[in-house]
Design a protein around this ligand. Structure first.
Ligand code: ARG
Length: 593
């Protein structure tokens, strides 16, 4: 198991050394290496350096070239334009580097671990108890899960936190109603042909509606509900037991949705708002004592110079309400204290709707002022946009109600299954395989659509487009993978073997150079929290492969055995990279499709 330097980083290092050798006075200088259409790479850094040292850039470029070590890395280097270097790598170095990657673990592929890795606490997949999950919760789950996999792959220790909404005054009403109608929270009664998850949600919904009606129409029930909130906050045993039933019933539902999403969520990571209840008072006390928060119209508030309302007045972050209740902000501030102090986070990452950005900005700033977030700890909101319907408006059914997540996922799977079924006969898939692939393709389509656009942008939820075999979709990538696997199966006794002595065709070089970038792309994706860049990389990989496949026949009798082996080798590394990359996005790659 050894990590492999990418060709770009090896070249970068050699150029930097040559620059220093040619110009000892220049200090450490960046050759500014870029991918290029003219050659494999272009180095632009010499221009600025020559300007600084008042030298001739073309002469300097020639000196740098002369100072490069003799090696197999570079096939061709030329000075061009005002003093750029165009660099073409040798075919040998491309194949050798890929062979070193292939020799590393199956999916590890020589990708180095981040030497500065630390601990990230990631807050994602945070639905609310006794409420239906909506498409926003889908985004948080899908993006968060991908970030967890990607960060762990780069060596980060990741602690997952599902900050579910399981606390608040509405529970007074719900619990009081349940105490008065003890048989109402029973999803068996709602079962019919539904699964447990859906039935659990129906039963919660029914109870929610019934209690709301009573709350709005019956003053005495309202008063009893308010007392119930007090009992809940005081931790009164019977009340807590009832509250726990709501949480448990909701979890049955959450788990059924996460399961549909082919996503592992584990109980100990579900630490909802209630988990910070014991800290709220202290959090507010410290904020008040240190002067970070002040009393304003009876509430405990934090003010910011740059957070103003439409009237020009400052809009506060309210940590404690006039009635003494604690809100969302007090909980998030307490969670920060817990995550930094107890979980030893170096980074706090929140995968939350962009509409909560102001909240997080104020919460982070408050935590800094209070000293809970020191300079060494980074807090970042990975903000995501809204899922829109085909009409470009926030996603709703024709009747204008919020779309149920399960229905959406079921429909995606149904469509995908139809697509899979069409081709199933030709490759002899069994009915079980069709069902399984339909699920992987359908759920993959939903995840990929979400992950392939920059998170902060809104995107249109368009199932027709998502399960299309053409264009930037997960199915396209899944087919590319399955096609490669089928070639590898068909190869019979011929095995993937690297042959660095062979000359490469242009499509082979392009594919090889792209494969070599996997590690660099991942480290960029991890550092910037940008899974869409991984999706884009994989899509380009599949496109490079398609070109290679069209131009370079793999299993052809016209090829020498070495060429067959070397092409199978390229197929194998491509398949492994696709498989690993898709897995990091939470998407399966069936062997036969
Ligand atoms: N439950 C919240 C919602 O549905 C999201 C929670 C986000 N996380 C947090 N730490 N505030 O909008």
């Amino acid at each position: 198991m050894a990590s492999v330097n990418s060709l770009a980083s090896t070249l970068q290092q050699q150029l930097a050394d040559a620059l220093t050798a040619a110009l000892p006075d220049a200090g450490t200088a960046d050759p500014l290496l870029r991918r290029s259409d003219r050659a494999d790479f272009q180095a632009n850094g010499i221009l600025a350096l020559a300007k600084k040292l008042k030298g001739n850039p073309r002469e300097l470029a020639a000196q740098v070239t002369a100072a490069l070590p003799a090696s197999d890395l570079i096939k061709d280097i030329e000075v061009s334009g005002p003093g750029f270097l165009n660099i073409t790598l040798s075919d040998k170095s491309i194949v050798e580097t890929l062979a070193a990657r292939a020799a590393d673990g199956e999916g590890r592929l020589g990708v180095p671990y981040n030497s500065a890795a630390g601990t990230t606490v990631i807050d994602y997949a945070q639905p609310n108890v006794a409420k239906e999950m909506h498409v926003g919760h889908l985004r948080s789950a899908v993006i968060g899960d991908a970030m967890v996999q990607i960060l762990e792959f780069t060596g980060e220790s990741v602690v997952r936190r599902h900050h579910i909404g399981d606390w608040g005054t509405q529970f007074g009403m719900l619990i009081q109603y349940l105490i008065e109608h003890p048989d109402e929270l029973n999803h068996e009664a709602d079962k019919g042909d539904k699964g447990d998850g859906e039935a659990a949600m129906s039963s919660l919904n029914r109870l929610y509606k019934a209690s709301r009606v009573l709350f709005d129409s019956d003053e005495e029930f309202k008063a009893r509900s308010r007392d119930r909130v007090v009992a809940l906050q005081a931790g009164e045993a019977e009340t807590l037991a009832m509250w726990q039933r709501f949480v448990d019933e909701s979890k049955i539902y959450f788990y059924s949705v996460f399961d549909k999403l082919d996503m592992k969520i584990s109980d100990p990571d579900i630490v909802g708002e209630s988990g910070y209840n014991d800290m709220l008072e202290e959090t507010c006390r410290i904020l008040e004592e240190t002067g970070v928060a002040v009393r304003s119209e009876g509430a405990l508030c934090v003010f910011f110079d740059d957070v103003l309302g439409p009237d020009g007045n400052k809009v506060p972050l309210i940590v404690k309400k006039t009635n003494g209740g604690y809100g969302y902000a007090a909980t998030d501030l307490s969670a920060i204290r817990d995550r930094v102090r107890n979980l030893k986070a170096d980074t706090l990452l929140y995968v939350v709707d962009v509409r909560q950005s102001l909240h997080f900005k104020m919460v982070f700033e408050t935590a800094r002022r209070a000293g809970w977030l020191s300079g060494d700890v980074k807090a970042h909101q990975l903000a995501f946009g809204t899922i829109l319907g085909k009409d470009g408006k926030p996603f709703k059914t024709r009747e204008g109600v919020t779309v149920k997540l399960e229905d959406l996922l079921d429909e995606a799977v149904e469509r995908a299954t139809a697509v899979v079924r069409e081709k199933a006969g030709k490759i002899g898939l069994t009915e079980d395989e069709i069902v399984e692939n339909g699920r992987y393709v359908g759920i993959g389509a939903v995840k990929y659509a979400d992950l392939s656009t920059s998170a902060v942008r809104d995107y249109k939820f368009d199932l027709d487009q998502m399960v299309s075999l053409h264009g930037d979709t997960s199915v396209y990538l899944q087919y590319a993978y399955a096609r490669i696997r089928s070639i590898l199966r068909k190869a019979g006794d011929a095995k993937p073997v690297a042959h660095p002595e062979l000359e490469l065709a242009p499509a082979e070089r392009a594919l090889g150079l792209h494969l070599d970038q996997f590690g660099e792309v991942l480290s960029e994706v991890a550092a910037g929290y940008e899974p869409h860049k991984l999706a884009a990389y994989l899509y380009q990989l599949a496109s490079h492969y398609t070109t290679f496949y069209d131009q370079c026949h793999v299993l052809s009798d016209d090829n020498s055995p070495e060429v067959v082996e070397n092409r199978l080798f390229l197929c194998d590394v491509t398949a492994r990279t696709l498989h690993q990359g898709m897995a990091l996005l939470g998407i399966r790659t069936p062997e036969r499709l």
